[in-house]
Design a protein around this ligand. Sequence first.
Ligand code: F0G
Length: 462
Amino acid sequence: MERAWKTIIEPFKIKVVEPLGFTTRAERERLLREAGWNLFKISADKVLIDLLTDSGTSAMSAEQWAALMRGDESYAGARSFFRFEKAVRDLTGLRHVLPMHQGRAAERILFRACGGPGKVFLSNSHFDTTRANIEASGAEAIDLPVPEALAFGIPAPFKGDVDLRALEARIRELGAAKVAMIVMTLTNNSLGGQPASLGNLRAAREISKHYGIPLFLDVARFAENSWLVKLREPGQATRPVADIARETFSYCDGCWMSSKKDAFVNIGGFLALNDDVLAKACRDEMILGEGFPTYGGLAGRDLEALAVGLDEALDEHYLRYRIRSVEYLGEGLLKAGVPIVEPPGGHAIYLDAKRLLPHIPPSGYPAVALACELYLTAGVRSVEIGSLMFGRRSADGSPEPAPMELVRLAIPRRAYTQSHVDFLIEVVADVAARAKEIRPLRVVEAPARLAHFTARLEPVPA
Ligand code: F0G
């Protein structure tokens, strides 16, 4: 047995480095004002540590960079496509593999083909682009997370599970013919990056078969989900993580992946499925907007890097470090008394702004205010997952808050080191100690859909 060391080490050494963006407090105050208190509008070179997203922000490996040179840029039937197709098939066991430039392209194409008015999608939780694309097709998206998923301060191993009882009840109430699809988002990004268990997937599969409803997986973070299954699900500890991943995929009729997450690529994704008719409809739609079905809006070299990344995502040395490092950040914040979603998820730590800033109601966007304070304090950029991202308008036009007010500290893969993590703990603890001074914000202007990307806000005058 190898000795288990306590110190977390990055399981790689670094060949290329990029400088961080240092700024002064005065500069950050000005930049934030000019950005309308929206961190999406700050230029990246004015950010010290960028935790806005773990999407497309990872460091590729030497093998991935080498694979780029193998890219075959033929318009149709490129070698790179077949290598990519084999990697996706070997992992997922699914027949039709359609490259996409990123996850939401797969969502748009798939939901155009099988969504539409009158259709309903049921999920452990739809991510924002998933929900927006379902709604854009005219269909409805309903989230059915397990109740413990919303009890942020109480740890439970599988908060990414779907509420099976609610799922079956909804199907009965709506009639199976109305339900276009059951969607399992792995991990559940909207509610803390929490995993779904194999037991839950198996049971959801039974329901899907019983009612004849397809089950699709949104697998942006399938490797992290599989590792958390290995750590947390009884009977899984000694299994190779790649086996757990393959079992995960065995329960679905199809999946889509934003490969910008677990596959480390800066751009890329795919849709994979078994249904011949649906696959044809998706390919036809894809040609209209993405490109020929053997490249799908990507260069041949991107397909090569993606194929390598799918394999590296399941490296156990990497996953052990990755998940432990995120957990260490969570532990450090809990020790400092900062309320977070517990337990720590796969790709991020989520600060609970509702508990940290009880003096700011959802209408004052507490999580946006907290994210802005982290930026002002130390140039750390994070993202709100709360009423700006998920708030809605009720029938009478009044704003309906989201069920959560979270700040996500998403950790790019292989890009930052443990000393950056220690620094983050220091910064967040400092901000949390001054939580009472943080002021509410109000929206000055915002579009109807996906408002968080472009909204302008301002502090509510005292
Ligand atoms: N599904 C999930 C679970 C996601 O987290 C994302 C993106 C998508 C689908 C859409 O993929 O960005 O490649 O089009 N999440 C990013 C994030 C944006 O920051 O969590 P995409």
